[in-house]
Write a protein that binds this ligand. Structure first.
Ligand SMILES: [Zn+2]
Length: 375
């Protein structure tokens, strides 16, 4: 078995300054996790390459990338209360966005069984036009867009404790990419309510599980078994991209969820059965307790090749089952099951289809309350 591990020394030169939780030491903790995974012999390390501008602009159009380049070239500074850049941050952002593209191409060529992108800055809060929440470019979205534009069906599962508002925005009306997020709610950035389910041709293709603080692994399992399994078996995603944030760990200083390393491994294993072999890529997102990060990476990376490494067991007994049940009832009542039919490549602009009136009515209503960026 072979796991591509994409990383780059430049990620540690994205220096967020003293006291910032999203700090270079996180990648050292990730490396310790890789070492402790029990599958070191499976690793093939690749040095990330910068994403081509064209691939980035398929997610971040207009002047956004240029503005980021200019800000960093001028020495950087704070973009918002959480997000700060230095001169070296631009290179790190391009490399973080490019890591997944390289891994995806190598998996397409049959070079490995799975991929893990040990990258920073993280990406899932970055909207098409805005950096926020420690994120500059939306790394997982750049790879998802690349794969979807070639006609593949892409499943993104985001188990970071925060809602991936940026990823949701990018694929809000896209039937080719299903975005599933399990996150603590309410919590930064404030989006990810149950009624945020996509719009237009992508109506129903966004699935949010806004979980209460304290939620444990059995709640996640319930979400996969009760809501996702049947739909994904029918939708048959070609790819699984994991927004692998480990800040849902019970020891994380920024969040209140109740997960442990064993839960992240379980999620990886459950989800991989929905895609063909060699079609899973994990992208590092959050995770701010270094020991929790080490253990969680060790466990999850081993799970990519179905090896059971458990520095901490899975958890159960926390609250949140009622949220899963409500998501299921809501989808049944609104008749948004099954997931929308993907369109042929290339992905067209979202447009209303007269054939799916129930979905469209729902989508139109939700468009008025769509989670605009800016939380
Ligand atoms: Zn997070």
């Amino acid at each position: 078995m072979t796991i591509l591990v994409a990383t780059h020394p430049a990620f540690e030169r994205h220096d967020t300054g003293p006291g910032h939780p999203e700090r270079p030491e996180r990648l050292m903790a990730v490396r310790r996790g890789l070492e402790a995974s029990g599958v070191r012999d499976a690793f093939v390390y690749i040095e990330a390459e910068p994403a081509p501008l064209e691939a980035i602009q398929a997610v971040h159009p207009g002047r956004y990338v240029q503005a980021l380049s200019e800000l960093t070239a001028a020495g950087g500074g704070w973009i918002d209360g959480d997000t700060v850049v230095v001169e070296e941050s631009y290179e790190a952002a391009l490399l973080a966005a490019g890591a997944g593209l390289d891994v995806a191409r190598r998996l397409q060529a049959g070079e490995a069984d799975a991929g893990f992108c040990a990258i920073r800055p993280p990406g899932h809060h970055a909207t098409p036009t805005r950096s926020m929440g420690f994120c500059l470019l939306n790394n997982v979205a750049v790879t998802a867009r690349y794969l979807a534009s070639a006609g593949d069906r892409v499943l993104i599962v985001d188990y970071d404790a925060h809602h991936g508002n940026g990823t949701q925005d990018v694929f809000w009306a896209d039937p080719q990419v299903v975005y599933v997020s399990l996150h603590e709610y309410p919590l930064y950035p404030g989006t990810g309510a149950m009624d945020e389910t996509g719009d237009g041709a992508g109506a129903g293709a966004t699935i949010n599980f806004p979980l209460p603080a304290g939620a444990t692994g059995d709640v996640y399992r319930r979400a996969f078994d009760e809501v996702l399994a049947e739909q994904l078996e029918r939708w048959k995603p070609d790819w699984l991209l994991l927004s692998a944030g480990f800040d849902g760990h019970t020891r994380d200083p920024l969040t209140g969820l109740g997960l442990a390393a064993g839960d992240f491994a379980d999620m990886t294993r459950w989800l991989q059965r929905f895609v063909p072999p060699g079609r899973t890529i994990a992208f590092l997102e959050g995770g701010y307790d270094l020991e929790a990060l080490t253990n969680s990476v060790a466990s999850s990376v081993a799970a990519l090749v179905d090896v059971n490494t458990r520095p901490e067991p899975a958890t159960s007994g926390g609250p949140g089952a009622h949220v899963v049940d409500a998501v299921l009832r809501r989808r049944e009542l609104l008749m948004v099951d099954p997931l929308p039919k993907p369109v042929a490549a290339p992905t067209p602009a979202p447009k209303a289809s007269p054939a799916t009136s129930a979905d469209e009515r729902r989508g139109a209503g939700e468009g008025t309350t769509s989670p605009a960026s800016g939380h």
